[in-house]
Design a protein around this ligand. Structure first.
Ligand SMILES: NC(=O)c1ccc[n+]([C@@H]2O[C@H](COP(=O)([O-])OP(=O)(O)OC[C@H]3O[C@@H](n4cnc5c(N)ncnc54)[C@H](OP(=O)(O)O)[C@@H]3O)[C@@H](O)[C@H]2O)c1
Length: 155
């Protein structure tokens, strides 16, 4: 078991974004994201960081970029996913997107926190397929227009 959890909100069609923004506004889910990640390290791609625009309080932000001159106040920088995981250390770390980074991090993840949004928005950025032979759903909490679903990697 690794210490890596991926947290994502996705539509029925797997869409998570249009390249810049998230396709929906779900304040309840933003509060869920905050509660789950608070106090932990978060790893994100540089494009996701740009879409947020700032380091979120109470959590370490580790941004992956191939640009060696990139930096931002309040943010740690890594130039590969393994380097980011090393920086994060042994405690639970949250991979928070986007599409490119989710794909790279999928093999490292032990747990997926998926907000299944009851929409099929247009968008070019998707979450990688959740292979049922590798993942088992262990929890499902229904909400208004979405469900919070937890998967664990089959041992
Ligand atoms: N629905 C959700 O839960 C959710 C969550 C997060 C994001 N999103 C959405 O996802 C979209 C962004 O996703 P995205 O796929 O376009 O981009 P992304 O994964 O956020 O970031 C990609 C960038 O990360 C860096 N990177 C990725 N892999 C790397 C590696 N192995 N080594 C070094 N740097 C690496 C590169 O930055 P450089 O170009 O600087 O080199 C790359 O351009 C947005 O629409 C956002 O709103 C949705």
């Amino acid at each position: 078991m690794t210490n890596v959890t991926m947290i994502v909100a996705m539509g029925r069609n797997g869409v998570i974004g249009d390249g810049e923004r998230m396709p929906w506004h779900l304040p309840e889910d933003l509060a869920y994201f905050k509660a789950r990640t608070m106090g932990h390290a978060m790893i994100m791609g540089r494009r996701t960081f740009d879409s947020i625009g700032r380091a979120l309080p109470g959590r370490r932000s580790i941004v992956i970029t191939r640009q060696h001159d990139w930096s931002h106040a309040g943010v740690e920088t890594a130039h590969s996913l393994p380097d980011a995981l090393f920086l994060a250390g042994p405690d639970e770390v949250f991979v928070v997107g986007g599409g490119e980074v989710y794909r790279e991090a999928m093999p490292y993840a032990a747990r997926l926190l998926v907000t299944e949004v009851d929409q099929s928005p247009e968008g070019s950025v998707t979450f990688p397929p959740i292979d049922p032979s590798a993942w088992v759903e262990v929890d499902r909490v229904p909400g208004e227009g979405f469900a919070w679903v937890t998967y664990e990697r089959r041992s």
